[in-house]
Design a protein around this ligand. Structure first.
Ligand code: C5P
Length: 293
């Protein structure tokens, strides 16, 4: 049986500078993105046709799911006539800014390319991934990346800087509500031009952090999608302020939210922080500890 089991990691935007709106309606951005050792699992089994089942009934398992969209796009790009049964074990919450759907889609691409005998090379996979969503291409790279354009221009973070990222402990937490990415970008666009960070500034900030050997990841953290999201979802800034004051953390929102994260020291006890998150956001809040990879 050549059934494959593929890990689909979550991601965090350690910094996210949305730098302006493009003629095609998307936004240009500069982001440093790290994957996590926490994520979904996608099983890919050869079958006559494409099908998808998911253990989470809240996740649509129909053709709107990015896994099936990825499968159709792969078959078209590779001229492949096979099929596959996908079984998705979902752990990454939706509407979180953690890249769950995008990562599942890339896991499907990887799995199918393996099943089909690798008809697509890295460039071919990247092209299909970019067509599926702005956050897909980053998942084709193994480590922390710098993301540009609308998300399709991916470069590995230089090795010394990547070494400062990898292995860091992080607490990831999300309130019961999610934030729709198009809504978040539209709110940001409504504040234009003040909400955008000029690309030259964003690039200079990133270059300075990379050049400063041993500068901690904490110095890199930034997200200019926070102000429009925080203006509506007051529970987010309220908790983040509390975590700053009580625990000396530097919490941030990931991507377009609503998940937030805080880097932890090697010895930091995550239990009281988790208790504070649940006290503020309720028992239905999602909380997990993970490591940046
Ligand atoms: O590419 P993806 O499907 O993830 O994008 C979802 C929505 O987020 C887009 O329709 C757009 O409104 C917004 N977006 C954007 N600029 C990006 C990525 C996403 O405006 N770079």
């Amino acid at each position: 049986m050549n059934t494959l089991s593929i890990f689909a990691p979550a991601k965090l935007n350690l910094c996210l500078a949305v730098t302006g709106r493009r003629a095609d309606g998307f936004h240009d951005l500069l982001s440093v993105v790290s994957q996590l050792d926490f994520g979904d699992t996608l099983r890919v089994e050869p079958a006559a046709e494409f099908s998808l089942t998911c253990d989470d009934p809240a996740v649509p398992a129909d053709e709107t799911n990015l896994v099936l969209k990825a499968a159709r796009a792969f078959a078209a790009a590779a001229g492949w006539r096979g099929g596959a049964k996908f079984v998705l074990t979902k752990r990454i919450p939706a509407g979180a800014g953690l890249g769950g759907g995008s990562s599942d889609a890339v896991a499907a691409l990887r799995g199918l390319n393996q099943l089909a005998g690798a008809p697509l090379d890295a460039v071919g996979l990247a092209q299909v991934a970019a067509g599926l969503g702005s956050d897909c291409p980053l998942f084709l790279e193994p480590g922390p990346v710098v993301m540009r354009g609308r998300g399709e221009r991916i470069a590995p973070l230089p090795p010394e800087a990547a070494g400062r990222v990898r292995g860091r402990r992080v607490l990831v937490f999300k309130p019961a509500f999610g934030i729709a990415t198009p809504w978040a970008y539209a709110r940001l666009a409504a504040t234009a031009p003040v909400g955008y960070q000029p690309a030259v500034e964003a690039e200079a900030r990133l270059a300075a952090w990379i050049a400063e050997a041993a500068a901690p990841v904490e110095n890199l953290l930034f997200n200019n999608m926070e102000p429009p999201a925080f203006a509506k979802f007051l529970a987010l800034p309220a908790l983040l302020a509390e975590l700053r004051v009580r625990f000396g953390l530097h919490p941030r929102m990931s991507g377009s939210g609503s998940a937030c994260f805080a880097l932890l020291g090697a010895e930091t006890d995550a239990a009281p922080i988790t208790t504070a998150v649940r006290a503020a956001w309720g028992a239905s809040a999602f909380v997990t500890e993970a490591r940046l990879t």
